[in-house]
Ligand binder design. Structure first.
Ligand code: TXA
Ligand code: MG
Length: 353
């Protein structure tokens, strides 16, 4: 695949490039674009397979929550719950700092794809202070989910050359826009109802400024991420924020797990599900629900719906009130995006109950 270069350095060239870039986003493709912090790698935030392709292009061995980019504060109504929107701190922070390098994390509406949130109940949103970024989101007509446009473990890109060096041929297009003036990522602030704001990542807005703005509204605390075993030390943000299933998940790595009498099955595809079903039956386990992540092995489709499927299995077992039930998952084959799915299942399985 050839990555299209779309010039957007002048208002004139931007106006010419934008319809093409927007069409790619609307068709489920990936467009790298400059913001005032770093270049982002964007996809339609409400198109889960498109979002899965972001992780594929980045070569991420795990799923991190993505920041959703909007052009107007009223767009928040599509992303945050009404309860979250009633928080007066949203108005205080956005009046003072938007457009700009501040990401606000709050309770997500259920329509926000699970992959955007990496299975969490919250979503991070920001309104960038950059003409090209805003023009792209406006032209696409949808909020755009975008992590920094670097490959996994590499530095965040502040020029189009950085992006192309890492992602040329792996993404559909890049908007060559004006420079990223700030050069570090946005500050990420979580607003929990009833608690002080939490700074999840230092970034473009100084902590002192956030503390001053929130002084009469509970202030702001900093959180020190606990290092996960195996997590790269340079990992930004909250490596400890992970989707944790409330129903224990077991991996059927070396045969069907022992001692399971009631279960829901999760497998990479139809064939693997049939195999898992045979193992369950041989183990005399009652199967309440069964899910294949795609018909035939397709990591993009599997990743797109992974968290929704896990939540459905959990909800189903909880509704059936079978406290001994377990989710039994067949391991996902490693390689490419598959490794990120495999990693997430391993982490879900490792969660202490
Ligand atoms: O400046 C920026 O924020 C750039 C530009 C492109 O907007 N984006 C960026 O995205 O840095 P990324 O994916 O590299 O970093 C996103 C970070 C996550 O690693 C996590 O720390 C935090 O934002 N984050 C996003 N959503 C979150 C959530 N629901 N809960 C906790 N942390 C979240
Ligand atoms: Mg990043």
């Amino acid at each position: 695949m050839i990555t299209e270069r779309l010039r957007a350095r002048t208002p004139h060239s931007a106006a010419e490039s934008m319809p093409r870039a927007a069409a790619i986003i609307r068709a489920g493709g990936l467009v790298a674009f400059p913001t005032e912090t770093v270049y982002g790698l964007g996809a339609n935030a409400f198109d889960a397979p498109a979002v899965a392709r972001i992780f594929e292009a980045k070569g991420r061995p795990t799923f991190d929550p993505l920041i959703v980019h909007i052009t107007d504060r009223t767009d928040l109504a599509h992303l945050f719950t009404e309860r979250a929107l009633a928080d007066p701190r949203i108005r205080i922070l956005t009046d003072a700092l938007w457009p700009g390098p501040l990401t606000i994390v709050a309770a997500a509406r259920p329509e926000v794809p699970g992959l955007v949130r990496a299975g969490l109940e919250t979503v991070g949103v920001r309104l960038p202070r950059h003409e090209t970024a805003l023009a792209l989101i406006r032209a696409a007509g949808t909020p755009i989910a975008a992590p920094s446009a670097n490959r996994f473990g590499r530095l965040s890109p502040t020029t189009a050359d950085h992006v192309l060096e890492q992602l040329d041929g792996r993404i559909d297009a890049i908007l060559l826009g004006e420079a990223t003036e700030i050069g570090v990522e946005s500050s990420v602030v979580a607003l929990d109802v009833g608690g002080p704001a939490r700074l999840l990542r230092h970034g473009g807005v100084p902590l002192e400024e956030l503390a001053r703005l929130l002084a009469n509204h509970g202030g702001i605390v900093t959180t020190t991420p606990t290092t996960q075993p195996g997590a790269p030390l340079q990992a930004p943000g909250m490596t400890e924020s992970h989707y944790a299933p409330t129903v224990p998940l077991l991996l059927a790595a070396a045969g069907f797990p022992t001692g399971v009498t009631e279960c829901a099955l999760l497998a990479p595809d139809r064939a693997a599900l049939a195999h898992l079903e045979v193992l369950a039956s041989a183990a005399n386990a009652t199967v309440h629900m069964r899910v294949a992540l795609s018909e035939t092995l397709d990591p993009v489709i599997a990743a797109a719906h992974l968290f929704e499927r896990l939540h459905e299995l959990e909800a189903d077992l909880i509704r059936r009130a079978v406290p001994t039930a377990r989710i039994v998952a067949a391991p996902y084959p490693e390689g490419g995006l598959g490794s990120a799915i495999a990693d997430r299942l391993r982490r879900a399985a490792a969660t202490p109950q």
